[in-house]
Design a protein around this ligand. Sequence first.
Ligand SMILES: *[C@@H]1O[C@H](CO)[C@@H](O)[C@H](O)[C@H]1NC(C)=O
Ligand SMILES: *[C@@H]1O[C@H](CO)[C@@H](O)[C@H](O)[C@H]1NC(C)=O
Length: 370
Amino acid sequence: MYARCIAFLVTFSAACAIYPYFDTQDFIYNVPKVYRICITLDKLLEYYEQKPSKDPEWYIALGMARGQLEYTINELDKSVPAKLKQNLQNITSRMDRIRNNTKYDKLVYRSKDYEYVAKAMLENLEVLSSVLEPLTLGTLGTQKPYRFNFEQYVQEARTKMPSRKAADACTMQLLISAMETQTTQSDGSCEMTPECSQQLLKGSGLAFQQISRIRAAVLATAFDCMEGLDINAHIYKLCIQIYKESKSLEAWEHPPGTRTLFMQQIAYCASQGYGEFIKPRWMNKILSWQEPKGCYADDRQPFLKLTGFVGPASSPPSKEREEEYRVKKAAISEGGSCNSLTSAMALGSLVLYVRALLETDLAFQYDVLT
Ligand SMILES: *[C@@H]1O[C@H](CO)[C@@H](O)[C@H](O)[C@H]1NC(C)=O
Ligand SMILES: *[C@@H]1O[C@H](CO)[C@@H](O)[C@H](O)[C@H]1NC(C)=O
């Protein structure tokens, strides 16, 4: 479990001991924050319990969040108030009820490739959600926001890989190869074509393009893929870049359509163990973004197109367009502006905050971070 920390100690000698020692009981000051998160999570889950989503991403996030929460509850310090523990347990029961009542055959997928990826993740949620990276601080360094402005960032993102279509296709390729390797029990690790390797691993990414790379890398780790590559170092590099982006989005005052991305960045990189993504200031933002009815909203379609993640020019054949429309409807889901991916990322990031704030050894130090 602590392999990462040890590995980094070689290059960043003081990485795991930069901060002064606090008494582990100090984390008790975080309890009120966790109560606030619990209220938000409860409302969010209640909304989707009553209006089930058809978006696979919501159920993937739900499964991952369930894993984090279960671990947190099992590891709770004895000094955590019983009522808070019960609160957390009640949240997990609500998650189980939602999962129990899910009609998986009714979920809507944006493409065949994506359907393969999402189903593989849903079928392996037990495994995926049980892989927990220890949260550490001090490895990402002090990253500054970008010097350029939001418009320049959007233009720059357009030049990056992969597009959503390519990400779906290449992640599917990776998973198919992983399944083949597992079933044939052959020695070779799963491989991607040079094109996909180029799309997912090489070069640089930004915005949603970068998030696709992280997802692919996390799946590669979970399924023992790409032995020749130091995946942890790859994820580390991606999260440094992403940390700069999160800080930039904040500096640009969260332009319309970017909230989902911001929460995705937190959820993906904090779950890889990077404690820099845990900031009380960011927690307050996420809590404040909740709609009164409990869900989260963010119209990110224009932003997705502007950054080139989904192509604006290509006019898809009518059958695909019809599918796209259904996906859009499923994502917006019942209830006005609610967006299931945004809600999924709020869930994913907030559950990581709960875990971070209650995990004894670093819990008090997040306030120190800017
Ligand atoms: C948890 O759920 C139980 C049963 O519904 C309820 O009696 C209890 O008050 C809840 N606890 C908290 C802290 O919300
Ligand atoms: C889920 O369904 C199973 C079987 O139908 C049942 O035993 C279990 O109690 C349910 N769990 C919840 C939380 O509703």
